[in-house]
Structure formats: C-alpha cells, structure tokens
Design a protein around this ligand. Structure first.
Ligand code: ARG
Length: 479
C-alpha cells in the first residue's frame, strides 16, 4: 500500500494523471508531445477557450464572476506566451494542456472548470479550423497581389511578342502579355479553390466533446457566432475526426505550387543566356561562391523545388488518415506539421514572387528576334492556303517543304521572295509576305481567348474588373 501511494505521488504532473500510477517514460513523453509544434496555435486555442467559457456561463456552469476571472486569466496567459515568459516543455504535452496549466497557475482550481463539456478532441479540431481560416485569407491576399502584378506586366508590355512553345520548341508567336495572363488564369482558379474550400473549414466543432457530444446544455450556435463561424458541425463523431478540410487545403496548395513551379521553370529558362528573354533584378538573384560571372535565379529554383515538400505534405495527411477508424485517433496529431509547413512555404514563395516579377527586365528585342528564327509563321502560311481552298493537310505539306527549303538555304520565312513562294504554290500572292510576319500572325488570332492585341485587351479588361471584387471578399473576418 505504501509503495502504491508513492507511485501515485510520482505521477502528479499530468492533467490526466488520475488513473495512472507511474510517470511516463521520458522518451515516450517526448514522442507523445505535440507542444513542440502546436504551440503556434496558442492564440486560437485561447480564443476558443474564451468562447467556450462564455458558453459555459450560458449553461450556468460558470457564474459571472468565474467567467470574468477565467477571461482575465486567459488574457494574461496569452500575454505571457506572446512576451516569451512561458517555456514550453514536453511534459506539458500539447498547447491545450499547456494553456490550461498556465491558467490554473494564475487563477487556481477554477482553471480546471474550463474543460467542462469539452475534450481536446473537439478543441484541437476547432483550433486548426480557426488557424486555417486566417491563413487561407492571408494566402488569398498574396495570390491576388500576384495576379495584380501579372496584369500590370501584361498591360505594360502589351506590344511585346515572343515565341509561344509546344514541346519547348518554338511554335507560334504570342504576346508576352498573353503568356502572363495564362498564369493569371491559373492563380485565379487557385484563389477560387481556396475560397470555396474555406466554406468547409468554416464549420464549428465545439460541443462534439470527445466523440459523442456533450451532456451539458451547450449553445453551439452561440459559440459559432462568437468565433465567427458560418455553421456548426452536424455530427459529433465527424466533428472530431474530420480532416478532409486539411486534405482539401493541401491539395489546393499542391496545385498552387505546381503553377508556381511551372512559372519558376520558365523564369529560370528565360533568364538563361540561351533565352535571354528576361533579366532578374540583383535583389532577386544570387551569386556563385566560385564563379564570379554568375547571376543565379535561386528564388525561382526554390519556388520550383519547394513544390516537393508541399506534395509531400498532401501525401502525408492522406496516408495518415487512410483507414483510420472513427473517431479521433492520436495519428491525427500528425496533421499539424505538414499543414504548418505548407502554410509557411506558400506564404514565403507567394510573398517573394510579385516583387521578383515587378522588378525583372523584359528583353523585348530578344523575344522578337526569337520569333523570327523559328519559322513561327509556318502555320499562317498553311492557313493562307487553306483559307483559299487548299485542303489543310495539303497546305501543311506544302508549307513543310517551304520550311525545309528555308533551312537548306539559310533563310527565314520573312526573307522569301514572292517568286520563291510561288515556286511552291501559285495560290501565294504578294500578301503572303505580310501574312507570315510575326505581328500579322499575332493580329490574326482575334478569336476570344486568342493572342491578338484586341483579344488580350478584352481579357485584360475582365481581369481588371475581377481584381476589384475578390480583394474585398477575402478580407479576414475578425470577431
Ligand atoms: N495534441 C493532440 C492532437 O494534436 C490533441 C488531441 C489529443 N486528444 C487525445 N485524446 N489525446 O491531436
């Protein structure tokens, strides 16, 4: 009996220590703890706790004085954490227990009343949702800034032509602005995806308890209102164990990174001596420790490279969640590190991108020159014949022979004389010379969504109108 007493005394530090006889193994404690990373949820955890305390007051579990004391205590705990007065250690286990421990130290046993009708299972679900709502708004704002930069670049360079590529081979001339707006469209869809999935993050799980709901009369709608949620979860088992919203966010993040990696790759190519289409500003380039002449596009490379960790995060959470039985399982503690890392990575890359683009030099001459060398008017020559009755296949074949002729005679299409053109087909008239000019090729593509200046300006107008709207919609809802 005496021995057992001693053992019970040896495990006093845990808030859940009631049924335990001996202290946790040190390594086990470290493996179990999430405080090392979930401490960053502290302000959300405290916000959630204040709301829960108010709900407990409504349910008459706390009196007005107790509520005031708890709220004051929580504010003091938040201040202590913000000002670095709390050292988090693994025996605190996680941020939820750490906050409760700190609160109890400040206000005594009353701190222990706060957990009435609540479990860490619904608490952690709440905290991640609160966190993600704020972060989504931040990322949306960064995406909008990037889209604005792309629109400005397109407008500023509206007459700049460049080769458009397929298979990374020069294909047809396009406007540089058209190319920029292609990325605009990707980032627009990314913005919409985030705002759409945010609806499914914006659901309040408190009241789900550990899994079965709460026996107390908790006004869940009141909690949702206090915390600025649009709805409450409909099923307590789902409320504590749903992490779909994290998967959705991470897959939207993976798409954003995929787009950034494609853009990064083009910036890397374009800034090479081989292309020379752009020059990055010194403030967004790095040097080599050994080759003095080097100016490297490291940040664009990192935008491309960091895509790997975001894809990894998505696969991590999908794998963690696979086949987990209902409801909460500790496996789910593994959701936070990939989520935090993804939020940080996205914010960093999206933060750098707009200024890197704004400050880069667009080398119009190099781009224009590259459009002349690659027989980019060949499709236009084929279309010339096709629109005058030649079946397109035949027109394609004739033009192919013209290109072969040019290669053999070291000519561009623009160098061809009318006699040379007519040597291939009598249908060619004087105006073929104008037709194969890069500017004519671009101007001909007036179809909606095409690369002619007219069509690009229509696109740009729509873009500018769009940019006025979502900016307001994405403002974070602070309650
Ligand atoms: N630290 C835990 C997590 O992040 C909080 C929930 C713990 N719940 C439990 N029943 N042990 O998932």
């Amino acid at each position: 009996m005496k021995k057992k007493d001693k053992e019970i005394k040896a495990a006093p530090s845990k808030l859940w220590a009631g049924r335990f006889a001996v202290e946790a193994d040190k390594l086990a404690e470290e493996m179990n703890a999430s405080i090392g990373f979930d401490w960053r949820l502290f302000s959300h955890d405290i916000r959630g706790s204040v709301a829960h305390a108010k709900v407990l007051r409504r349910a008459k579990i706390l009196n007005a004085k107790e509520l005031a004391k708890i709220i004051k205590g929580l504010a003091a705990v938040e201040k202590d954490i913000t000002e670095g007065r709390i050292i988090f250690t693994s025996d605190m286990e996680d941020i939820h227990m750490a906050v409760e421990q700190c609160l109890t130290k400040k206000i005594g046993a009353l701190g222990g009343k706060l957990h009435t009708g609540r479990s860490r299972n619904d608490q952690v679900a709440l905290d991640i949702r609160l966190f993600l709502k704020v972060e989504i708004d931040g990322i949306v704002r960064l995406l909008i800034k990037l889209r604005k930069t792309l629109a400005t670049l397109a407008k500023k360079n509206i007459d700049v032509v460049m080769p458009g590529y397929t298979h990374l081979q020069r294909a047809q001339p396009v406007l540089f602005g058209h190319h920029m707006l292609a990325y605009y469209q990707m980032f627009k869809r990314d913005t919409e995806r985030l705002l759409d999935l945010k609806k499914r993050v914006d659901v309040m799980p408190l009241g789900s308890g550990a899994l079965a709901g709460s026996p107390y009369k908790l006004d869940r709608a009141y909690a949702a209102k206090l915390l600025g949620f649009a709805a409450v979860t409909e099923n307590s088992l789902d409320g504590v164990s749903d992490r779909d919203f994290i998967v959705e966010f991470l897959s939207a993040a993976a798409l954003i990174m995929m787009h950034l990696s494609r853009f990064g790759e083009e910036i890397i190519l374009w800034s090479s001596m081989e292309f020379g289409f752009i020059e990055l500003s010194d403030s967004f380039s790095t040097g080599s420790s050994i080759m003095p002449q080097k100016k490297n596009p490291d940040l664009a490379e990192l935008a491309r490279g960091k895509t790997g960790r975001v894809y990894g995060a998505l696969i991590t959470i999908l794998t963690v969640m696979k086949a987990l039985p209902l409801a909460y399982n500790k496996d789910m503690q593994e959701d936070k590190e990939p989520l935090f890392d993804t939020v940080d990575t996205l914010s960093q890359v999206l933060g750098v991108m707009p200024e890197m683009l704004r400050t880069m030099k667009v080398n119009k001459k190099k781009m224009r020159a590259a459009t002349v060398e690659g027989f980019l008017g060949a499709t236009d020559a084929a279309d010339y014949l096709a629109s005058r009755g030649v079946p397109f296949r035949e027109a394609h074949h004739i033009t192919g022979s013209i290109v072969a002729y040019c290669i053999e005679n070291e000519k561009t299409l623009e160098d061809m004389t009318l006699t040379e053109w007519q040597g291939f087909s009598g249908i060619f008239k004087e105006d073929i010379k104008e037709t194969v000019l890069v500017e004519s090729s671009v101007a001909a593509r007036k179809v909606a969504g095409g690369t002619s200046k007219e069509a690009v300006l229509v696109q740009l107008k729509k873009v500018e109108a769009e940019l006025k709207k979502p900016m307001r919609a994405a403002k974070p809802k602070r309650v």
